[in-house]
Design a protein around this ligand. Sequence first.
Ligand code: S3P
Length: 169
Amino acid sequence: MRNIVLIGFMGCGKTTVGIRLSYRLRRAMEDTDKLIEREEGRSISEIFRTDGEAFFRELETKCLKKLIPTAKNMIISVGGGLPVREENHALLKELGTVVYLRANAETIYERTKHDTSRPLLQGGDPQGKIRTLLDARKDIYENAADIFIDVDGKDFDTILDEIIEAAAG
Ligand code: S3P
């Protein structure tokens, strides 16, 4: 069975959907942010603060390259900005079936408004930041994905059913 790779903007539900999907399909789950934090022994915020975003993006590409030969039959969620690097598209497709969880700016704001762990949304005007980044990334996510799932207003069971039908059916 191919891996299922979840992509999408921060707060679109990749982690929650990934965990639930791993239970439903009895497959192991991995998350690139978590892997990077484990390997680096520090949080994403700390990596951004100390070494900057470009360094973090290098770690993301390295992480994908490590997963490709080792991950089998898994659910893998990746950081929201990982698909922005063009070279990561081919790597994502090599890793598995790429599922884009598509959420609008309102859904994203609702799900991230109390969060302090995402450096790109800190420092005021989160709604403006979300709109600008989402506008810049929308086409990128669509180009990187094999399957699109609209998540706005849907409960997790519905989202899971749609993914399973489209990607694992
Ligand atoms: C980022 C998304 C985050 C994390 C980092 C940068 C982004 O992951 O990788 O804060 O650029 O969209 P989540 O999408 O899991 O929040």
